[in-house]
Design a protein around this ligand. Structure first.
Ligand code: NAD
Ligand code: UDP
Length: 312
């Protein structure tokens, strides 16, 4: 059986990934410091004899026996990653150094959960992998995107210099069950506000856009990517091409939940990217014709059902 390490395995994406990998006859070690993750996300896996939880911080070296590493450890919500920006960038950079060192020692394949955030506030639309981005290196979001950019550099150079088998995925906004109720990301926020009958807090005028990918589609892409030919390293965009404004999203969620909530416009976030949409032609060509299969309304309905159970 393959021994697989998932860092950040108790988080939103990590917990779904651990679940999928256990279903594929692998032994899974979930490493997490529980900063933004939760034991609740992995409770249902604890009885599985092939699942192991390691409370460990990726900024510290780690010596274990593994064949593959999925490196997901890093807070992803802007509200959370800005609480302790120094820790956020250390997690990305020192985490990458430590996990790449482990991969090198074990000759293991390693995948990095990078982010669309490396494009910053893009001036090219939609974003292709050969666009270098437009970023503020000292802004409030820099602890996250500069950490992710540096991690990409480290991954690519370990590949070139040490012939390490790496995969770099630039993940665009992903949503679904097990997002934290308080993590401040837009879909969880809007759904919870709508279910509680509170006003939906739209930042700015709500014209800023995002493209939202349902969690199951992301997990398919992550697993396919790890199993694809070793020559394929990426970086590759993984996201949904359907672009929506935050105002449109708020209205959809109000209608879908049948809520009496209204939209409330509040102050914009500093350095908030104004448009974001992936070009996914590389992903569909390199990853076995991968493309998203869950439409936004379908994914939102599943997420609404999840949060109804969590908060009611
Ligand atoms: P999340 O916050 O739910 O999960 C992150 C996990 O990493 C948590 O369990 C947290 O406790 C753990 N963690 C944080 N710092 C750690 C450290 N120093 N050592 C060990 N564990 C640590 O976020 P998520 O949405 O599941 O994101 C997972 C990964 O995917 C992150 O690397 C994120 O940057 C990336 N990503 C997510 C999205 C998205 O839309 N969700 C988009 C792009 C990239
Ligand atoms: N946003 C919003 N209201 C909220 C939370 C977020 O209007 O309650 C906006 C936010 O300003 C951004 C978009 O929704 O323009 C996506 O924010 P999120 O935190 O989900 O992720 P980001 O893509 O910014 O990292």
């Amino acid at each position: 059986m393959r021994k697989i390490l998932v860092t950040g395995g108790a988080g939103f994406i990590g917990s779904h990934l651990c679940e999928r990998l256990l279903g594929e006859d692998a032994e899974v070690i979930c490493m997490d410091n529980f900063y933004t993750g939760s034991k609740k996300n992995i409770l249902h896996l604890l009885d599985n004899p092939y699942f192991e939880v390691l409370r460990h911080d990726v900024t510290m070296p780690c010596y274990i026996e593994i064949d593959e590493i999925y490196n997901l450890a890093c807070p992803a919500s802007p509200d959370f990653y800005q609480v302790n920006p120094i820790k956020t960038i250390k997690t990305s950079v020192m985490g990458a150094v430590n996990m790449l060192g482990l991969a090198k020692r074990k000759k293991a394949k390693i995948l990095q959960a990078s982010s669309s955030e490396i494009y910053g506030d893009p001036k090219v639309h939609p974003q292709k992998e050969d666009y270098w981005g437009y970023v503020n290196p000292v802004g409030v979001r820099s602890c996250y995107h500069e950490g992710k950019r540096c991690a990409e550099t480290l991954f690519m150079n370990y590949h070139i210099q040490n012939k390490l088998k790496v995969k770099i995925l630039r993940i665009f906004n992903t949503y679904g069950p097990r997002m934290q109720t308080n993590d401040g990301r837009v879909i969880s926020n809007f759904i919870i506000q709508a279910l509680r009958g509170e006003d939906l807090t739209v930042h700015g005028d709500g014209s800023q856009t995002r493209s939202f990918l349902y969690i199951d589609d992301l997990i398919d892409a992550i697993v396919t990517s790890m199993n694809t030919a070793d020559e394929f390293t990426g970086p590759v965009n993984i996201g949904n091409e359907v672009e929506v404004s935050m105002l449109d999203l708020a209205e959809r969620i109000i209608n879908m939940t049948g809520s009496s909530s209204k939209v409330k416009f509040i102050k914009s976030r500093e350095d908030d990217p104004s448009r974001r949409k992936p070009d996914i032609s590389l992903a569909s060509q390199a990853l076995d014709r991968w493309k998203p299969s869950v439409a936004l309304d379908e994914g939102l309905k599943k997420t609404v059902d999840y949060f109804r159970n969590v908060i009611l």
